[in-house]
Design a binder for this molecule. Structure first.
Ligand code: FAD
Length: 404
């Protein structure tokens, strides 16, 4: 791989590493050489004294979760799906929910990188500490990452409680809701007053998974097959969308206990476009109320929920939660339906709340704007110039978000 980089550099060609290709942005797209790490998977070593695990960067989170579980370990937090590679997820600042926990990049204790000159650099707090500090979220701009060392925790179980509540009640009690649960998220169903809330808390109680058939019906059928059918219907007859939205579950309560990774991530079969934006946690309620009013005023017909999550602040310069406790608002549009006017209107509102786009999800912000939103943006750009002076890892997306 080092030769590939050296040769590409000498021929003024570009190289891009792709993970599972699960980003909605063109962050992994290239006109040059495309590197996949599909066969570069697995745990290399585990330090039992620190619970630090070194993994190959192409390992998917799904595979890593199972491997860690077999060792009595887990990652402390995960996002909604586990199809991503470790490198892809960390490079775009992928996160789950939980106000006392950071996104995945916050678990990075070291990484190995092939830079734009073909050099292999091991980076942690002792070696190349400046690269480690600035490069934990890299948006694929600094080089090809071959390994990560991640902080794991002992395997744990979660008690999941899922129930629909009126959105107004959720927003009125949002601080209590977020502060008194380990992991909180909610999905507001546009055209309805309902929010589907999910609260996951650590428990020592024994496993109590959803029975297999019920689990399949509720997780795979209702959340994917039936939901997908409603989306197709709404796409064919948009005027039906507000009525179809009320067919989504708005009452009842579901509780179960399972291994953490089986609760954090679930199958996602329905295809959609997504924009997710990080704002300061304290801005959530006014920002969401503005989006709600805008949807009504403009008459958008939306058949996908708006998802809200929370994370702790971290110290990673290009993390979307850098230096601030964060709320994330994600909007979705069913595949094949027009998304841009709606996403632009949401983005315009959230720009008034110091918004930072998820690096892997659709947005329209450029380097000039983003430089204002990250205090250490300049340090990241300088590191990029040091590690990749000839822009071997450049692509159109990096031009948009980092400039030349
Ligand atoms: C259905 C769905 C659900 C999602 N849920 C969540 C969620 O819950 N939370 C969340 O935060 N995000 C979520 N995402 C977004 C997703 O986590 C990110 O887009 C993530 O980057 C995808 O990982 P990937 O392996 O597919 O990476 P890719 O999309 O293939 O690549 C992402 C970036 O990483 C770079 N990269 C990949 N491998 C390497 C490497 N070895 N070295 C250097 N750079 C590399 C690529 O060049 C690119 O810049 C979701 C996406 C989808 C489609």
């Amino acid at each position: 791989m080092c030769d590939l980089v050296v040769n590409a550099r000498s021929r003024e060609e570009t190289v891009k590493c792709v993970g599972s290709g699960h980003s909605f942005t063109s962050t992994a797209v290239t006109k040059g050489h495309l590197v996949t790490l599909d066969n570069w998977s697995g745990i290399v070593s585990i330090d039992r004294s620190t619970l630090r695990v070194t993994v190959k960067a192409g390992t998917t989170l799904a595979v890593l979760n199972e491997l860690l579980h077999a060792e009595g370990l887990a990652l402390p937090n995960l996002g909604d799906i586990a199809y991503q590679t470790v490198a892809g997820a960390i490079s775009t600042s992928t996160h789950g929910t939980g106000v006392s926990l950071t996104g995945l990049a916050g678990q990075v204790r070291g990484f190995t990188l092939i830079d734009g000159q073909g050099q292999i650099l091991h980076c942690d707090l002792e070696n190349n500490a400046d690269i480690f500090d600035v490069g934990r979220v890299s948006i694929g701009a600094l080089g090809i990452i071959t390994h990560y060392t991640l902080q794991a925790v002992p395997a744990f179980r979660l008690h999941a409680v899922e129930r629909a509540l009126p959105l107004d009640v959720v927003l009125e009690r949002i601080d209590e809701f977020v502060d008194s649960n380990d992991h909180v998220e909610f999905f507001w169903l546009p055209h309805t007053p309902w929010a589907l809330t999910k609260r996951n808390n650590r428990t020592e109680e024994p496993l109590q998974p959803l029975p297999k058939v019920r689990g399949w019906i509720e997780k795979t059928f209702m959340e994917n097959v039936a939901f997908g059918a409603l989306c197709h219907l709404g796409k064919a007859r948009p005027s039906l969308i507000p009525r179809l939205a009320t067919a989504l579950p708005s009452s009842g309560k579901r509780e179960y206990i399972n291994d953490s990774f089986k609760i954090f991530a679930s199958p996602r079969i329905v295809r959609f476009y997504e924009m997710e934006t990080a704002i300061p946690r304290a801005s959530l309620v006014p920002a969401l109320q503005e989006i709600r009013a805008m949807i009504d005023a403009k008459g958008y017909l939306l058949n996908f929920p708006v998802e809200v999550r929370f994370t702790a602040a971290d110290d990673i310069p290009m993390s979307t939660a850098s230096e601030r406790e964060t709320a994330y608002i994600a909007v979705h549009v069913f595949k094949g339906m027009e998304f841009e006017p709606f996403f632009r209107d949401v983005e315009a509102i959230l720009k008034r709340y110091e918004s930072r786009p998820h690096w892997g999800k659709l947005h329209f912000q450029n380097a000039e704007e983003l430089a204002q939103k990250y205090r250490r943006f300049g340090e990241f750009v300088a590191l990029r110039s040091r590690l990749d002076p000839d822009r071997v890892f450049a692509n159109d997306y990096l031009k948009q978000v980092l400039g030349d």
